[in-house]
Write a protein that binds this ligand. Structure first.
Ligand code: NAD
Length: 326
């Protein structure tokens, strides 16, 4: 079984590659990654040694025609999973251009190359494409219209429409997944949970937008990986939401982390809401449950093991944190 992973050196992609190599002995993986700032933690340094002959890396940008032509010209892949994207909403507000290049132009380029292949393609999208819902609003199903509000989610939504266009008109076997917020090992310290954990390890305050009233649905990255495996191997060429039903305000997340470290309210630094700060995301994930998938990692134990991981892997996150704070 040959798997091409694009953007596999980032947070979710690296967890997925490790999970798939461990689980499927007959699987080999080619990872194509541009190695942006988000991938500089060398998240896969153990993998080549642990799985000799089954993992290889190609340095390339998915929006680069000639590089992708080389990748697809080399061999046939049974599966192609795309994680490659600019993924930090704050950056997309400061400058959307990289998001247009990687998240839209890149996906079109991938789809063009998939046109003559027999590969099954999976686009890793996000719940953020649905927009924002009120506190008591009904969780989104896969049929909900898209209403993205930030340059990040607009670019991911545009990619979803391109996937649909190529699937419908060029007979590509394509799946889209829309997952809620991930947490777990190897997440860049620019993102909320690792940023707060690493600040607290350093006895620094945590920056909370407004009163922390915004609500997100949370999944441990390993549960996301099992969901991707499930739809890739057993799903239809359709859209699948991936969720857990675990919804927390940012203030609740903050309190869990402060309590763990034995800190109080005085360690919160209140900051203004960013532009396009959606109030709540929540997905209905009954469709993927019908395939026999369910999340297995309880939030409290998942967050505890994540805190322990960051405590034990300072040499991984400290250089990333220092360069992102410059
Ligand atoms: P990440 O920023 O940690 O990793 C992204 C990876 O893509 C990096 O290795 C980066 O170098 C690579 N990349 C970026 N542009 C590229 C390009 N043009 N060509 C090749 N490689 C490129 O992001 P992540 O959190 O692991 O997210 C992975 C995917 O999952 C993204 O598509 C994101 O939209 C989606 N997603 C993330 C979450 C979440 O909570 N993190 C939730 C739902 C969906």
């Amino acid at each position: 079984m040959k798997l091409l992973v694009t953007g596999g050196s980032g947070f979710i992609g690296s967890n997925f590659i490790r999970y798939m190599l461990e689980k499927h002995e007959n699987l080999s993986v080619l990872n194509v990654d541009k190695l942006t700032y988000a991938a500089l933690g060398d998240n896969l340094k153990d993998v080549k040694i642990r799985y000799p002959g089954r993992y290889s890396f190609f340095h390339g940008d998915i929006s680069d025609d000639s590089k992708m032509y080389m990748v697809f010209g080399k061999e046939d892949f049974d599966y192609v999973v795309n994680f490659a994207a600019e993924s930090h909403v704050d950056n997309s507000i400061l400058d959307p251009s990289n998001f247009i290049d990687s998240n839209i132009k890149g996906i079109v380029n991938l789809l063009e190359n998939l046109n003559d292949s027999n590969s099954r393609f999976l686009q890793v999208s996000t719940d953020e494409v649905y927009g924002s819902i009120g506190k008591d609003g009904k969780s989104w199903t896969e049929d909900n219209p898209l209403d993205p509000r930030s340059p990040y989610s607009i670019s991911k939504g545009a990619a979803d429409f391109f996937v649909r266009y190529y699937k419908d008109n060029y007979n590509i076997d394509a799946i889209i997944t829309r997952c809620c917020n991930n947490y777990g090992p190897f997440q860049h310290p620019e993102k909320l949970i690792p940023r707060f954990i690493t600040n607290l390890i350093d006895n620094k305050k945590v920056p909370l937008m407004g009163e922390g009233e915004n609500i997100r649905e949370w999944i441990h990255v390993l549960d996301h990986c099992t969901a991707l495996e499930k739809v890739l191997l057993n799903g239809e060429p359709e859209i699948y939401n991936i969720g857990t039903g675990i919804e927390k305000t940012n203030r609740e997340i903050t309190d869990i982390l402060l309590n763990h470290f034995g800190f109080g309210e005085d360690m919160i630094e209140r900051i203004d809401h960013r532009k396009a700060h959606d109030f709540r995301y929540s997905v209905d994930f009954n469709k993927i449950k019908e395939l026999g998938w369910k999340p297995l990692i309880n939030f409290n134990s998942g967050i505890e093991s994540t805190i322990e991981w960051y405590k034990n892997n300072e040499e991984w996150w400290r250089p990333l944190k220092e360069s992102s704070e410059k």
